[in-house]
Ligand binder design. Structure first.
Ligand code: AMP
Ligand code: MG
Length: 457
């Protein structure tokens, strides 16, 4: 949707200077907020690339395609220990076949046994190349040795096949998994253990990955002290900068923790400008409706565009998403040119609510997709899983809720219940939880035994 079509819903009478930001939608549904982030994320350009050792690439985003260097498998590969045979020879069973050789994994093809002819079999091991002439492998469990058999023609080793099999049984044909030069891993894919296996299999001991996005973390609030300090009676330690830095790292970024910003415009603005030098700026606190919640006002002074200034969720309702014009080379734009800055020179920011659980939930819901895009990763859909509710939930309608929960059970049985918590400041409750239970905005009561959506964390 073009920006001009976006309805400009204002938070009435809240901050007049915002009216300059035409794209502002105000408070939007969770799904709309996520869409807006996804739309902007789809337009970002990711940064430089670097080459790292294969295992150092685990968790990083591939900046190159990984292609098959030859056919996979490179030969018709036996998948069972047994006998390589011609399927037509065992169409009628039991069938007695002459064992004319043996082939084990790693045996060179040309040193093999020649061709398996009619009435013949070759003893074969898992992973060995199936010799020419044979088109199936009979499992050793379905055979019996008939040593010293002499049918008057010759003496030797014979095997009785007790079960018929079709052509192609117990082998993978050359190139069936992938053909030479076929793409096995896409650019933009995060490397997991399966991707490492593929890179290793095609001989990539080093891989090209995108640079980690640098994400500035700026906590705001006069009550905050650094974690090394002893807080005064009305002060608290700045835990959000650390939880966010941890989430940034876990999502593949590099966190740059800035000094705590006081609830004072001039210093807050300085620190925001510093944060805009990174690829993404995360602020926490100061986005609610209080008299000293200055984040939006200061961003407004910097001619920010706001895409939303709240989402109908709990916790995390005051979350803000927007961008500012910024040119790294220039050391920033003057305020009057910021509004006109073209797309590549815009820096995105999120104003996350200060309550620690809200901060962490809103990171997962909104910041992660933007960070992934900045890190070169292809867009990922947010998917919730389902678990059976252990005990009834009663709540108010109007907001989509992401409440700390505990998934329990084992194997195919997953049950979930809400964690006991004191609201969105309760990090102790969050630490004891392993998921968020996702409660639709229109549900007042969910019965025990119902299936509910959960977002694992
Ligand atoms: P605010 O969003 O600024 O109104 O803050 C909401 C609540 O979160 C208040 O109780 C703050 O003290 C708390 N809070 C804000 N920032 C942080 C932080 N960096 N670390 C821990 N708690 C915070
Ligand atoms: Mg505050």
């Amino acid at each position: 949707m073009a920006r001009a079509e976006w309805p400009a819903i204002q938070r009435a009478g809240y901050y007049p200077c915002m009216s300059s930001a035409a794209s502002r939608e105000g408070i939007v549904s969770f799904e709309r907020a996520r869409r807006l982030v996804d739309q902007h994320a789809a337009g970002v350009r990711c940064g430089d690339v670097e080459t790292v050792d294969l295992l150092a690439g685990l968790g990083r985003v591939l900046a190159e395609e990984i292609v098959a260097d030859r056919d996979f498998p490179p030969f018709n590969r036996a998948t069972r220990d047994g006998y390589a045979v011609r399927a037509e020879d065992v169409a009628e069973i039991p069938a007695r076949l002459e064992v004319v050789g043996e082939v084990k994994a790693g045996d060179r093809l040309e040193v093999g046994v020649g061709t398996v002819g009619r009435g013949q079999a070759v003893e074969i091991m898992t992973g060995a190349p199936v010799p020419a002439g044979a088109d199936a492998v009979v499992m050793v469990e379905h055979t019996a040795i008939a040593e010293g058999f002499d049918a008057g023609r010759h003496a030797g080793k014979f095997v009785d096949v007790e079960r018929g099999i079709g052509s192609g049984a117990n082998l993978v044909a050359r190139g069936a998994e992938a053909r030479a030069r076929q793409r096995l891993l896409n650019r933009g894919r995060r490397m997991d253990s399966a991707a490492v296996a593929i890179a290793a299999a095609v001989g990539k001991s080093r891989v090209q990955v995108f640079r980690r996005p640098r994400v500035a973390v700026l906590a705001t609030g006069d009550e905050l002290v650094e974690i090394e300090a002893t807080p005064g009676a009305s002060q608290i330690r700045n835990s959000n900068s650390y939880s966010l830095a941890a989430q940034v790292q876990a999502a593949g970024g590099e966190a740059v923790r800035l000094a705590v910003a006081p609830d004072e415009r001039r210093r807050l603005r300085e620190l925001i400008e510093e944060g805009l030098r990174c690829d993404l700026l995360l602020l926490t606190g100061g986005v609610s409706m209080g008299k000293y919640d200055l984040v939006e006002a200061v961003l407004g002074e910097l001619k920010a565009d706001f895409y939303f200034t709240g989402a109908e969720i709990q916790p995390g309702r005051p979350v803000v998403f927007g961008s500012c014009g910024f040119d790294d080379a220039d050391g920033g734009f003057a305020a009057d040119t910021r509004a006109r800055a073209p797309a590549p020179h815009r820096k995105y920011f999120f104003g996350l609510p200060g309550n620690p659980v809200s901060t962490m939930v809103t990171f997962e819901l909104f910041v992660r997709p933007m960070m992934e895009a900045l890190g070169g990763q292809t867009a990922q859909r947010l998917i919730f899983l389902r678990a059976r509710l252990r005990s009834e939930i009663r709540t108010k309608t109007g907001l989509k809720r992401f409440l700390p929960g505990v998934v329990s059970g084992e194997f195919e049985t997953a049950e979930v219940e809400l964690a006991r918590w004191q609201g969105s400041g309760d990090i102790a409750a969050l630490a004891g939880a392993n998921c968020y239970v996702v409660i639709p905005a229109d549900r007042e009561r969910i019965e025990a035994g119902e299936w509910v959506a959960v977002m694992m964390r």
